[in-house]
Each structure stands twice: as structure tokens, then as C-alpha cells.
Ligand binder design. Structure first.
Ligand SMILES: [Zn+2]
Length: 138
């Protein structure tokens, strides 16, 4: 018996067991080999080893959720690097920028939940970040 990696015209791949390669070819020509997924009779033999390659590729693929999380963290990192750390005076600085008392710039810092809420009530755009402020900047 031999095992062949087969594919139908709808790109379903499956394994077929045959007495020999000649027996597969005879049955394929006679349209006696059917796809188990869609009963297609246009069956082609895949090169040996394609199963193995596909399995390896699927294993090394990074799950979407993890790569998305990494992207978000990278974006936050960039945001922090391109903004001034004003520390605890963040609410005050955010107000100054909003009311155009100081040139507009990106800032980040710390604020209490109450402070963030009152900033939002004044229509000042703040984004709470799930990161601890870093010390030693500016
Ligand atoms: Zn099929």
C-alpha cells in the first residue's frame, strides 16, 4: 500500500491509500477517486512532503491576538517617546494646551481617576494608558 497526498480542483487536500501509484492513476482516470470533502473527481497528486511543509508553517505562525497586542504596545511606546513627560502636572498642562495658553504638543504624565474624569468633562482629549509613567525623562 502507498499513501498519496491528493488535492481536488477545489484545493481540498486529503490522503488516499492505494495498492500502487499505477492503481491510483488508473482509478483517477476512471474518476473513481473522489474528494472526501466535496466529492470532486478531478483529483491531482501533490508532491510528497507538502503535508509536512504546511504543518510547519502553521505551527510557526504567531496567533493574531499576540501580534495585535505587540502592535498596540509598540504604538504606545512611540507615543510616549514623541511626547513630553509632564508627570503629576499632566492635568494642568493638558488644560493649558486645551485653552491655548501654551503651544500645542503631545504630553503624557500621571493623573488620578477624578482628574481624568474632570478633564474629559471639560472636553479635553486624554487617553488613559495602561502603562506606568517612566522616571528619569525630562
Ligand atoms: Zn474537494
Amino acid at each position: 500500500m502507498i499513501v498519496l497526498n491528493l488535492s481536488c480542483s477545489n484545493s481540498h487536500s486529503f490522503e488516499g491509500w492505494f495498492a500502487s501509484l499505477e492503481e491510483f492513476q488508473r482509478q483517477a482516470v476512471a474518476q473513481q477517486v473522489t474528494c472526501p470533502h466535496c466529492n470532486d473527481v478531478n483529483i491531482t497528486k501533490l508532491p510528497a512532503g507538502s503535508h509536512v511543509r504546511r504543518a510547519v508553517m502553521e505551527k510557526s505562525a504567531v496567533p493574531a491576538s499576540i501580534s495585535d497586542e505587540a502592535k498596540v504596545l509598540a504604538a504606545l511606546e512611540q507615543l510616549l517617546n514623541n511626547s513630553d513627560n509632564v508627570g503629576a502636572s499632566f492635568p494642568e498642562e493638558a488644560r493649558k494646551i486645551h485653552y491655548e495658553e501654551t503651544p500645542a504638543r503631545n504630553i503624557h504624565g500621571t493623573a488620578s481617576v477624578a482628574e481624568v474624569r474632570s478633564l474629559l468633562e471639560e472636553d479635553i482629549g486624554v487617553i488613559p494608558l495602561p502603562l506606568r509613567p517612566r522616571k528619569g525623562m525630562h
